[in-house]
Design a protein around this ligand. Structure first.
Ligand SMILES: Nc1nc2c(c(=O)[nH]1)N[C@H]1C(S)=C(S)[C@@H](COP(=O)(O)O)O[C@H]1N2
Ligand SMILES: [Mo]
Length: 560
């Protein structure tokens, strides 16, 4: 019989995957709101459009979007020029762009960089002028400044994390994670402090270095991105992170470094102090930020109470060196105990204002929503502005799905952190999915610090053979701890994965006689242990052992 070349089927080519629950997101959205169900398919073959006339009417982009300051490559000022913002908006809305590939439902590309960030790149080139080469400049800077082993999650705006083995190798991260766009700017320029202060001033870099006016502060600080461990939320349910596209962070979006700088409070005092009703400080970073096709600079705010407590630092040195470009050269803000997003890089202006900033990074992103808030019922006012991170922790070694041969103890390593000036007081590990817990002994935790994480190591007792779930959780000094499951903290913004960290491990337990003898046999015969799931080459029992067993025990069958 001739075999048919093609199956005679009406199935779609991915029918099996859909039936197996692996591609349900490829199905049409079902609209059951009326008596007849309607299938809503994504548009096919969407043609990209471009209204050349509208774009040309905006004017000469090289002039419009020119460099704002000498030496500050890539800096276009938006916040001072509403008309310029409107023109940029017009350019971006007069054309359509290829949608970024969605990876929420997988597969996440296995490449490095993982995601190119095409949206952000295209918006920059569409705006043109000074921004034409920003994406390339940024990537060039990454390759020059970052550790060669970085895992680049998003090429532009740059997001990257060190591999796990480097994250906790030292209490001070040798080369911390970087989580944002890159600017190439110079020191020879001024910072402006204005808004609701008595004497608005402009400072040269050297003015701020004047130690008689502004005493130096040196602090070891952990900066954690609110997207840390986002990958666990993504793997559970698709959502919408803020960055474009949302970076699939693992446990490395956190780093600890020693910063040198001055307290922002002193600078405000130097401007004669705040004028009523000022209660917040708006911080301006020089690079271009796009949100919903609206263009601006990177702007957030911190409350005066935080500044007043000397917990907001203007820093220029990191780990004994001038700030690397990618970490904000020449000057960045370091907000102690707040999420990374508030520690503005490439700082050029500070403005005293009454209410938290209306800029998108403060008011429309980095919000923590209730689980029942999603794409179609989301209002920014319903989200909590994320400032202090809750207590969290992560197991950095071993990796999930790894098999481990051990003698009753599994060596684990990781970090623990709490925001807002709280610190990890106890780290606990469970080898049985979170039913029973062991303390990491205090001497196995790195030193306490008000603004820093603690790294830890522990030989976790494990009595069993087979798949186990190791769980890690931390208690901070205020007795806050972590929810036990990702779902409990899942949110549409994919922020703050602070649930206890769970990994699955296959335990090959040599403290068990049977396993030990078996592994010896593998060794004698020179049969490799890996891979785990390969069929047996060394039989579990010889025929003689099998017979012996039944001689010594009751038979399988019973007669009556
Ligand atoms: N100007 C500017 N500052 C920024 C960002 C940015 O995109 N632009 N990203 C922020 C975010 S989200 C984080 S987590 C931290 C990361 O700092 P690091 O790269 O030094 O780790 O920088 C913050 N400061
Ligand atoms: Mo971040």
């Amino acid at each position: 019989m001739e075999l048919p070349a093609q199956l005679d089927t009406t199935n779609r080519p991915d029918e099996w995957k859909i039936e197996q629950g692996m591609a349900g997101h490829k199905l049409p959205i079902l609209d059951q709101s009326e008596s007849d169900t309607v299938h809503i398919y994504p548009p096919v073959d969407m043609k990209l459009t471009k209204d050349e006339e509208a774009i040309a009417s905006v004017g000469n982009r090289a002039k419009l979007f020119a460099r704002e300051r000498k030496g500050w490559k890539g800096y276009v000022e938006w916040e001072n020029y509403p008309q310029k913002k409107a023109k940029a908006h017009k350019i971006l809305t007069s054309q359509t762009f290829d949608p970024c590939p969605d990876f929420n439902f997988g597969p996440i590309p296995g490449t490095n960089p993982v995601l190119p960030g095409d949206d952000f790149k295209e918006w920059h080139t569409a705006l043109g002028g000074e921004l034409t080469t920003t994406a390339d400049d940024s990537w060039r800077c990454v390759l020059k400044e970052k550790h060669p082993d970085m895992l680049h999650l998003l090429q532009f705006p740059y997001n990257g994390e060190p591999p796990k083995r480097l994250v906790t190798s030292k209490a001070i991260t040798p080369n911390p994670s970087t989580l944002s766009g890159t600017m190439v700017v110079s020191r020879s320029s001024k910072k402006k402090l204005d808004g609701l202060v008595h004497n608005p001033k402009t400072y040269k870099f050297s003015d701020l270095m004047d130690e008689t006016k502004f005493p130096r502060i040196e602090k070891t600080v952990t900066i954690q991105c609110s997207g840390t461990r986002r990958i666990e939320q993504i793997s559970l349910y698709g959502g919408q992170g803020d960055e474009v596209p949302q970076a699939p962070w693992a446990e490395g979006a956190i780093g600890t470094a020693r910063y040198v700088g001055i307290s922002l409070k002193k600078v405000i005092k130097d401007c004669g102090g705040l004028i009523k009703p000022a209660k917040h400080l708006e911080l301006y970073g020089a690079e271009t930020y796009v949100k919903d096709l609206e263009v601006g600079n990177y702007v957030v705010s911190v409350p005066w109470s935080k500044v007043k407590a000397n917990e907001v630092i203007l820093a220029w040195e990191m780990n004994g060196e001038p700030l690397p470009k990618i970490h904000g050269y020449p000057m960045r803000v370091v907000v102690l105990g707040y999420i990374g997003a508030r520690s503005v890089k490439w700082l050029y202006r500070i403005k005293a204002i009454e209410n938290p900033s209306l800029a998108p990074v403060q008011s429309r992103e980095y919000l923590y929503f209730n689980q029942q808030v999603g794409k179609y019922n989301l209002r920014p006012t319903d989200g909590i502005q994320i400032q202090e991170m809750p207590v969290s922790s992560a197991i950095m070694s071993p990796w999930t799905k790894q098999a481990i041969v051990h003698r009753g103890k599994i060596r684990c390593k990781g970090w623990a952190y709490s925001g807002g000036g709280r610190w990890p007081e106890r780290v606990e590990l469970s080898a049985d999915g979170g039913f029973s817990w062991y303390d990491v002994p205090p001497e196995k935790l790195s030193k306490k610090g008000k603004w820093t994480w603690r790294t830890w190591e522990y030989d976790l007792p494990c009595d069993v053979e087979g798949w186990i779930e190791i769980v890690c959780r931390c208690w901070d000094n205020s007795l806050n701890t972590q929810p036990l499951n990702v779902r409990a903290a899942w949110n549409w913004g994919l922020h703050v994965t602070s649930s206890a960290h769970r990994i699955k491990i296959y335990s090959i337990n040599k403290s068990r006689e049977l396993t030990r003898r078996r592994l010896d046999k593998y060794e004698q015969l020179g049969v490799p242990l890996a891979p785990l799931t390969r069929y047996e080459i060394v039989p579990g029992q010889t025929d003689e052992e099998y017979e012996e067993y039944w001689k010594a025990h009751e038979p399988r069958d019973v007669d009556e």
